[in-house]
Design a protein around this ligand. Structure first.
Ligand SMILES: [Zn+2]
Length: 274
């Protein structure tokens, strides 16, 4: 396997777990009550990472501004790559890592670096690391899809596949890394590639670490397959059409002139899955 990445999650199911509106309430009584709020054009940020100094290049104000800069950059890339430009402000909570683990670890069977549940929640760091930026890009896709079609529950392979693809693509990756490619082909040879139907639930939250890693990789690989074969502009049109039509199959027929089953069959053939 390539470097195992902590999968990230979102999910409507989580809103149920937390209770309606409690995503905000969770933050409001943040353990030490020290959430700082700062706004940019498209985002409202709350963060409680334990940073000693308020000023200076390592202070909390500089940190908050860096997070917002990263988010605004991600917003622009999201519009360019996936055609998603949420109009309402998106709310982002950056949690102290220990507090995040205390509060949320029980919601997942694998270590999560962030999730979306009505707002973006990420496990923070004391600096804006490439890893933190990647997680923000990933969760932004979930937030934007939800903002575009709040009542549509997308299959997890599409929701997570788009998030993984955008995170990678925005980070400069054109396709799967050689290690990821080798891993998916190894899983395929072993008969471990699930059907899209089996990955169509609302989230991967209930999966154990190993199956979760495979599910995320497979979802990314399928979206990457579509982007390489038909082009990135068509991928963006596919995503927005699925949201509008409220049907993955109708989106596939309209944009790719194929049904989902035949797209899936071609993907399986490419990676050598039986
Ligand atoms: Zn996700």
């Amino acid at each position: 396997m390539p470097r195992r990445r902590a999968p990230r999650l979102i999910v409507p199911a989580l809103i149920g777990l937390l209770g309606a509106g409690s995503a905000a309430a969770v933050g409001d009584d943040g353990a030490d009550g020290k959430f700082e709020r700062r706004d940019s054009f498209h985002f409202t940020l709350h963060q409680d990472v334990d940073i000693d100094e308020r000023g200076g290049i390592y202070g909390s104000r500089a940190f908050e501004q860096s997070v917002l800069d990263a988010l605004e950059g991600a917003y622009d890339r999201l519009g360019a790559l996936l055609g998603l430009r949420p109009e309402s402000k998106l709310v982002v909570w950056v949690w102290d890592p220990d507090l995040f683990d205390d509060r949320f670890a029980g919601l997942f069977r694998f270590p999560a670096a962030g999730f979306y549940g009505g707002a973006i929640h990420v496990r923070g760091a004391d600096r804006v690391t490439p890893r933190l930026v990647a997680v923000l890009h990933h969760e932004l896709v979930h937030a934007a899809l939800d903002a575009a079609a709040p009542r549509v529950v997308l299959p997890a392979w599409l929701n997570e596949g788009l998030a993984e693809w955008f995170e990678a693509r925005a980070g400069g990756k054109r396709t799967l890394s050689p290690g990821e490619r080798a891993a998916i082909e190894r899983v395929a040879r072993a008969g471990g590639i699930a059907s899209l139907e089996a990955l169509a639930g609302p989230s991967f939250a209930g999966l154990a670490p190993e199956p979760a890693a495979i599910a995320y990789l497979q979802s990314y690989a399928f979206i990457d397959h579509l982007a390489r074969r038909f082009g990135e502009a068509e991928l963006a049109r596919f995503g927005t059409t699925v949201l509008r039509a409220r049907s993955v199959d109708r989106g596939a027929r309209k944009i790719y002139r194929r049904d989902l089953a035949s797209l899936e069959a071609d993907f399986r053939a490419e990676i050598g899955a039986p």
